[in-house]
Every structure is written in C-alpha cells, then in structure tokens.
Design a protein. Structure first.
Length: 360
C-alpha cells in the first residue's frame, strides 16, 4: 500500500511518491452540497464566473415554492412551469416577480462560501427575473450581469453592474434589444480571448456586442433553431462549441445536449451530434430520455493538476428537491467532465452519480 504525505502551503498541495502536485475532488450528482454555514445550496438557473483564483457561482433564487410534477400534463415532462397556476399544477414559482440572484464563492466546488444576494429586488424592476449571466468588463474594471426581467411592456434584456464579483449589482439598463429573429429567453454571454463579447440567445442567434458589452452591434449569425434553448458557448483548441437542448421549462427529466462547432464565433456552425440523449423511444410523459436528467447551464474551464484544461459541464436537475411539493430552490445539480476524441468531437455523455475532478 502506498502512503501519501500532504503539505499544504496556501493553495499548493505537495504529494510524496514522486506524484505531480495536485488533488482530486468528488462532485455529487445525487446530493446537494452544503455551504460553509451548513445550509443546502440555494439552486436555480446558474452562471459561473472564474475570477481571482476562485469561481463565483450565481443562482437565480426561485424561492421556496414547491416543484410540480408536470409529466402527466398535456405538454408532458418538458413543461414544469405553469402560468397561471392551477389547483392541479400549483406553480407559484417560475412566473413570479420575487426572484433574487444569490452568489457563492468556491475554489474547488466542494467548499461553498455564501456571499449573499448579488441582485436584490431593490436593484431591479419588479418583473419576472430569469437567467443571470455575469462577465468581467476589462474596459471599466467592473462586472456586468445580463438577465431577463419580464415586466409589463418590457422587451429585450436588462443589465446590472458591480465593482466586485459578489455584488450587489445595480441595474444600469432595463430594455436592451438585440437583432435577428431569436426570441428573448435563455441566453449565454461568451467573451473571446481577444476581449470581444458575444450574446447567444434562444433561436439560436449569436450577436457580437459593443466594446462596452451593453448592446448588440448588428453583426450576428442565426441557426434558426426554434425548438431549442439554454445555449452554452465555449472555445477549445481554436474551435468554438455551441451546446443547446430541447425546450425545457424547469422540466422533469432535463434535456438533451446537441453540439455545433465553428471556426469563428459568428459561424458558420456545423452540427456534430446529440451527445445527451438515451436511445429509448420518446414519450413526452416519461422523464428518462436524457442521460443527465438535467438542463445545461454552463461549461466551466478548470485547470487540472497536470496542466491540462478540463471542461466541466454543469446542469440543473429540475424538480428533484425531494420530489413534488418540495421547495424548488434546492433542486440538484449535475456535473460532467466533457471528453473529446482526436478530432475534437465531444463524446457521448455517460450517466454518473459523481464525477472526479483534478485540481492543482
């Protein structure tokens, strides 16, 4: 049996036996982490910002109203939010105007420091808030949070700003419209290596943003995909990856993961494959069609102990916080390390109860 001695100096871990410096952590897909105060994480639509050697993880807090089993409904498992709510489907959560955004700080996705409310109600209009997404704006040395805020008469997106990644963010624009035929809905912000930012929204439309990241330039590319949402965009080895999934309204059973790639952020994009579906026949009333049981929210670039770069997929397992009737704000997360073949294609997901992550 080999023995290992750990000597911790700040964030450096030295291993004996000639091993490279590093450690491994295990991320669970079947239990929710607790924060440093001993509380279950508040989970909702999620965005991750890598900054200053840590990760700031933003969750849309839908509150403690109960999850709803939508699978018997007319639209099936993909439609677990209802407006207006009914006695049969008493959803008082998703289409409510009391959402806030909370933020945690972590260096290893195991120790979660609660940083408080990043976007309080007092700092935005009283609309229905969805999909916060935070990026750093180098030109002003500030942080921007784009988000949806559906109030009567509102169109487009809202933007809030903060001097620190933990906030509080203060809204600086509440009606930002973009070009193309994509609808206002789920979206992603991608900042390229040269500092250029792109907005990717349901549709799918990818639009280059102005240098201050607060408006579209009119330079965009459209895939005309009307039945997918929750886009995620990242770059690996000079190639741009766009991941999308079937429409999923806080749904039971999650969604698939469809991959497109391009040599430029504005395309043209080529379909690669669906890496997230099971092979079973499709029935909208059965929540077992997708490997992860989750809807994709982010792909996080994580340096490994050996100097390699890991791509950590993160999704939301909706309606899993103890089942129907339990609070939505503690639904499970799903973690998966993306694997790539020799041609750079993402390999098919394999269901896992946990994933092992290598850290420096």
């Amino acid at each position: 049996m080999k023995h290992r001695i750990l000597l911790t100096l700040g964030s450096v871990v030295l291993l004996s036996c000639g091993s490279p410096a590093g450690r491994t952590v295990t991320l669970s897909n079947v239990s929710l982490p607790k924060d440093t105060a001993g509380n279950d994480l508040i989970t909702g639509e999620v965005s991750v910002l890598s900054w200053g050697g840590a990760y700031y993880v933003y969750f849309n807090d839908w509150g403690s109203c109960p999850g709803v089993d939508c699978c018997p409904s007319v639209f099936g498992c993909a439609d677990c939010c209802f407006s207006p709510p009914t006695a049969q489907y008493p959803d008082t959560c998703v289409y409510a105007d009391g959402h806030t955004v909370v933020v945690y700080r972590t260096t290893d996705f195991q120790t979660w420091q609660p940083m408080g409310v990043a976007l309080p109600l007092t700092n935005r209009k009283a609309g229905i808030e969805f999909r916060p997404r935070v990026v750093y704006r180098a030109s002003s040395k500030t942080f921007l949070m784009w988000y949806e805020d559906r109030w009567d008469g509102q169109t487009g997106y809202a933007i809030a700003e903060s001097a620190t990644p933990a906030g509080p963010f203060v809204t600086i624009a509440d009606t930002v419209n973009l070009d193309g035929s994509g609808r206002t809905g789920d979206f992603y912000l991608f900042v390229d290596d040269d500092g250029t930012a792109y907005h990717v929204r349901t549709g799918i439309v990818i639009e280059k943003l102005t240098p201050d990241f607060t408006a579209g330039t009119g330079d965009y590319y459209s895939l005309s995909l009307s039945s997918v949402e929750a886009p995620v965009m990242f770059k690996r080895a000079g190639r741009y990856y766009l991941l999308v999934g079937r429409d999923c309204c806080a749904c039971a059973g999650g969604s698939n993961v469809v991959v497109y790639t391009a040599d430029h952020p504005l395309g043209p994009y080529t379909f690669q494959s669906d890496v997230g579906s099971n092979s079973s026949s499709f029935n909208i009333h059965v929540p077992d069609h997708y490997v992860t049981g989750a809807q994709g929210s982010d792909v996080i670039r994580v340096p490994g102990a050996d100097g390699s770069l890991q791509f950590l997929w993160l999704g939301n397992q909706w309606v899993t916080a103890g089942g129907t009737g339990h609070p939505r704000d503690h639904d499970l997360l799903y973690w998966s390390l993306l694997s790539f073949d020799a041609d750079g294609h993402i390999q098919h997901f394999v269901h896992q109860d946990a994933v092992t992550l290598s850290l420096p």
